[in-house]
Design a protein around this ligand. Sequence first.
Ligand code: KIV
Length: 272
Amino acid sequence: MGYLSTDKKKITTKTFAEMKQAGEKVTMLTAYDFTTAGIIDAAGIDSILIGDSASNVMAGNADTLPITVDQMIYHARSVARAVNHAMVVCDMPFGSYQISREEALRNACRMMKETGVDALKLEGGVEMIDTIKALIDAGIPVHGHLGLTPQSVNKFGGYGIRAKEEAEAEKLISDAIALDKAGCFAIVLEKVPAKIAAEVTRQVKAVTIGIGAGNGCDGQVLVYADAMGMTQGFKPKFLRHFAQVGAEITKGVQAYVDAVKTGDYPNIEESY
Ligand code: KIV
């Protein structure tokens, strides 16, 4: 079975805004390598995120903090090379934008120049507004990220649901409005009550992309390895497995081992 072919036009920030206006849901999955990104793009996804979740999924780290700008650039370049249709967004990793506006701008320009992605994503609310504005003023589309922001896992003390209490919910809504006013074209809302995410979605022009944030967002994102059933022992309430790729790989590897061990592979037709 080959890839699905797609003659769809490239998705841009303008397309995102049009989709929100038209009430069309925006789909996003992560990818970190050329081969997977090519399959996901050809299957018709609207947007691909080179998430700093590469730190967990690709490198096996316990959180997203260790991944570096150089490592994100490597992943992002590999993904961008594969994609024709989807909007490609890359995470700015922990430490690359928190120190100063100047350093954030320097890292952001480098990431744009060296990868070919379409936009950058960073975590945080009003405390990041000056940085977000500096990037947008430099011509870089910025995707915000509120609610559970995994780069702050140590501050939160875990990966629990955010904005359950009224004060935090109010802060999330005002952060989203600030990001929207600053010009973010989209905002991830991670692990927040569906009612709060729907309220944010109503109040902002930016496209809201939910993960564990209910059905009232403008779109949804999942880590592809989670959604495709490749990760072991991770099944939060919001996660649905849309395929069992892990089990398929296991079957394929077992068939390969069996064929080699029994001398069935390679056969005459598979030999020179
Ligand atoms: O890094 C990531 O994969 C993300 C998504 C889960 C939104 O930020």
